[in-house]
Design a protein around this ligand. Sequence first.
Ligand SMILES: C[S@@+](CC[C@H](N)C(=O)[O-])C[C@H]1O[C@@H](n2cnc3c(N)ncnc32)[C@H](O)[C@@H]1O
Length: 222
Amino acid sequence: MSEHQWNAVEGYFAPLLAPHDDVLDAALRASDAAGLPEIAVAPTEGKLLHLLAQTQGARRILELGTLGGYSTIWLGRALPADGRLVSLEADATHAEVARANLDRAGLSGVAEVRVGPALDTLATLVADGTEPFDLVFIDADKPNNPHYLEWALRLTRPGSLIICDNVVRGGKIADAASAEPAVQGTRRCLEMMAEHPRLSATAIQTVGSKGYDGFALARVTS
Ligand SMILES: C[S@@+](CC[C@H](N)C(=O)[O-])C[C@H]1O[C@@H](n2cnc3c(N)ncnc32)[C@H](O)[C@@H]1O
């Protein structure tokens, strides 16, 4: 199996099953024009997030790591008109691009981007007694993944879904001795998902235009 084949299959799947419209195209174009890194989820993963949110009947979604709002649009489009999406972003420029993209997507009424380190905003959300979220998408700085999972547990309810992105890292995740903080943070997060009495979890490997990676899914059971 070669990267060429992964890309060919994605080139078939994405336009067929996760086709872009003008809004999604414009979101990526605007992100690119503003110099944001090309690290948004692939269209097929965006569609997966959308389907998971719909399957979940999600009314409230929390996202950690907005970038230009590409995944935010896929998630936000799964919400009912009175739904709520809170997306946390440390970088003010990323947040500004995302807000414009969400505006163009007609999602400003349901989706809000909060600027600042996610750990600070998460503490504020808990202190404010924020209603639980039905789905949490963790896609920010990977060394903090264990802390994000802990906060996600405080901000969810039984039946909520927690998704953590980029858990394979080109296969490095299997290296227990890795010196990379992103690998160690993600390994700890996966171990917490496995051990936690209130979580039932799995992880899936993926290939495609974003290389060899994957995501973990955890359901809050009680
Ligand atoms: C992988 S990108 C998010 C991609 C986005 N979810 C998508 O698929 O379209 C990660 C984002 O997390 C942000 N980030 C990094 N560290 C952060 C932190 N401590 N708190 C909040 N956001 C952070 C980065 O600025 C970046 O925009």
